[in-house]
Design a protein around this ligand. Structure first.
Ligand SMILES: Cc1cc2nc3c(=O)[nH]c(=O)nc-3n(C[C@H](O)[C@H](O)[C@H](O)COP(=O)(O)O)c2cc1C
Length: 205
């Protein structure tokens, strides 16, 4: 095995961890929704399923989420990249971002705020705790329901997220996820020998 080693310069601490997911967060109500881009998000716990979004208090969405205690994280695709950027540089305080972008919402299944119809995965969240951190407040939330696109579920019920064309955000730039390099645990999995397949019909390798 051969790896690159690097010589380094030391910089002061900064938010350089990447890539992160540039998500579209919806809040408010179906009648009066708002949407904004959030990249400071991720998973906090598996069971119960928990996530967070870090939001600056000056965002229009901040008070909406704080008072309702609910929001939806909508995963973004290549098709949505322009809308992702737009919703991250324009405020719902001054404009209707749904009208501007052509995006639309529908009622969520579990929470009172809407989900984004054009996103293949809607993660419905209920706020548990708000932690002020500095520039941002962290909304820690339970994931109470997830809505996934039927088009991405294979005949065995497996979600084929690799087919969704999900976006990544790295160092101020948007990227489409690239080619698959492996899957969970593949580094320790035994390789299947060709002879194992004899007489077993067609298999995906
Ligand atoms: C790629 C990207 C990622 C962003 N991530 C966050 C974030 O994690 N938290 C945040 O408070 N604002 C974030 N923003 C900025 C908000 O989306 C932006 O200020 C937006 O206009 C707020 O909308 P609102 O005023 O309608 O709530 C991001 C913007 C972009 C373009």
């Amino acid at each position: 095995m051969s790896y690159n080693c690097y010589t380094k310069e030391s910089w002061k601490g900064s938010v350089i961890t990447c890539p992160v997911p540039p998500t579209l967060v919806t809040c408010g109500t179906v009648e009066k929704p708002n949407i904004f881009t959030v990249a400071w998000t991720g998973i906090l716990n598996t069971q119960p399923p928990m996530t967070y979004i870090s939001v600056r208090p000056e965002r229009f969405s901040y008070d909406i989420i704080k008072s309702s205690g609910e929001f939806v994280i909508n995963l973004a695709t290549e098709q949505l990249v322009r809308a992702v950027d737009y919703c991250g540089v324009r405020s719902g305080r001054n404009t209707d971002k749904f009208k501007d972008t052509g995006l639309s919402v529908q009622q969520a299944g579990e929470v009172g705020c809407p989900v984004l119809e054009q996103s293949p995965v809607n993660i419905e969240c209920r706020v548990r705790e708000i932690i002020p951190l500095g520039t941002h407040d962290m909304f820690i939330a339970d994931i109470v329901r997830v809505d996934v696109a039927r088009e991405l579920i294979d005949p065995n019920g497996r979600l084929e997220l690799d087919k969704a064309g999900l976006l990544a955000y790295a160092h101020g730039e948007y990227f489409a996820l690239g080619r698959k390099l492996g899957s969970f645990g593949y580094s320790v999995r035994k390789k299947r020998r060709k002879s194992d397949n004899k007489g077993k019909g067609k298999r995906k390798l």
